[in-house]
Design a protein around this ligand. Structure first.
Ligand SMILES: CC(C)(COP(=O)(O)OP(=O)(O)OC[C@H]1O[C@@H](n2cnc3c(N)ncnc32)[C@H](O)[C@@H]1OP(=O)(O)O)[C@@H](O)C(=O)NCCC(=O)NCCS
Length: 164
């Protein structure tokens, strides 16, 4: 029987991630991005630097997704560095929940805007951002160092945040 969207994510919880989650995050990163995944040292850096916050989504004690956002001193712009959901759980709203959470944290950090880049042909990511109020700021030519087939271009998205 096909699990409904609501049933699948109804037991989902979100918490702050830490270096203790690195093995599970590395697995998800590899499964979600394949050969374009961040490697272990890059993920360790992301989790350990002082100006980053990682959130993880948990279902039945299993980590099924993560997102990392960076902050800069004296800047009101946060940067979504990475977001990935285990392929078995994609399309059920986990990405949207992670995105909402990093937006909430950005607002708590008094950011008035969040910015991110994604590969210009990454359909699921483009859909996620467009359906959650992000608008295209610019195309960034040759953004990615690893060639994605015939293109390395990124789309830079941004969203205004309502700081209370
Ligand atoms: C991008 C990613 C994080 C989205 O996570 P997700 O949990 O699948 O996203 P959601 O289920 O919250 O979907 C959000 C919206 O995008 C749509 N969507 C998700 N995957 C889609 C796909 N493959 N094709 C079309 N639409 C898709 C959903 O229908 C949903 O729209 P809705 O809320 O109007 O129904 C996930 O696909 C992923 O990890 N991809 C690989 C890693 C990656 O590309 N990360 C982003 C790099 S910038």
């Amino acid at each position: 029987m096909k699990t409904t969207r609501m049933t699948k994510i109804s037991k989902l919880t979100i918490r702050r991630g830490s270096i203790k989650d690195i093995d599970e995050i590395t697995k998800i990163e590899g499964r979600a991005f394949g050969s374009h995944a961040y490697d272990y040292p890059s993920l360790r850096y992301m989790l350990e630097i002082a100006n980053s916050v990682t959130v993880v989504s948990i279902m039945d004690n299993k980590l099924v997704g993560y997102a990392t956002v960076y902050f800069r001193k004296n800047s009101k712009v946060s940067h979504l560095e990475s977001i990935a959901v285990d392929p078995d759980f994609q399309g059920y709203g986990v990405g949207k929940i992670l995105l909402n959470e990093v937006e909430k944290i950005s607002i708590e950090m008094k950011c008035s805007r969040i910015v991110l880049e994604t590969f210009e042909k990454n359909v699921s990511a483009l859909k996620l951002y467009e359906r959650n109020g992000y608008s295209i700021r610019e195309i960034v030519p040759d953004y990615y160092h690893t060639p994605y087939g015939d293109s390395r271009n990124a789309i830079r998205f941004q969203k205004k945040l309502e700081v209370k």
